[in-house]
Write a protein that binds this ligand. Structure first.
Ligand code: GDP
Ligand code: MG
Length: 162
């Protein structure tokens, strides 16, 4: 069995962009508006010689959700159940949001390894990650899914125990 990484986070933080970079495919739909990826998408990535599976998910909103948004939350929850490690994606440009905090509450209790990534960090200094420590998920990693910065480190951290 290959190790499985789930990409989780609220809509528009760059999960599908990261999925495409990891899998080097166009399978995930990258959109300029929130929440287009309605279903889980599976792909295979490789770090050095090492293959792994990656799951993209729609936006995650664990409480007060209905309809399609609720369905997307369920997809993310199913992906978390299926995975060995979660890459939790936040957005450095938007900063920390209440939705991020609610997702973090869920992830701290999910029993999976969680790597906290602060995306869209190209050109930003370490100051950008300071507010994300309060999520209680350890050291935030600054990444840029669009440019590739920090992405390999994030995957290696996710796979370190597997
Ligand atoms: P998702 O909803 O979490 O899957 O987010 P998407 O991957 O669809 O990306 C949402 C928006 O963020 C798109 O306009 C992307 O081009 C943009 N984006 C994704 N990654 C980065 C990044 O590393 N830097 C910047 N500046 N924008 C990014
Ligand atoms: Mg997406």
């Amino acid at each position: 069995m290959l190790p499985v990484i789930a990409l989780v986070g609220r809509p528009n933080v760059g999960k599908s962009t990261l999925f495409n970079r990891l899998t080097r495919s166009r399978d995930a739909i990258v959109a300029d508006f929130a929440g287009l990826t309605r279903d889980r998408q599976y792909g295979q990535g490789r770090v050095g010689p090492r293959p792994y599976l990656v799951i993209d998910t729609g936006g995650f909103e664990p409480i007060r959700t209905e309809g399609i948004v609720k369905a997307m939350a369920n997809q993310a929850e199913l992906a978390i159940e299926e995975c060995d490690a979660v890459i939790f994606v936040c957005d450095a440009r938007a900063g920390l949001t209440p939705q991020d905090s609610r997702i973090a509450d869920f992830l701290r209790r999910c029993g999976r390894k969680v790597i906290l990534c602060v995306n869209k960090a190209e050109g930003l200094s370490d100051i950008a990650k300071a507010e994300f420590y309060e999520l209680g998920l350890g050291e935030p990693l600054l990444i840029s899914a669009a440019h590739g910065q920090g992405v390999r480190d994030a995957v290696e951290a996710a796979l370190a125990d597997f």
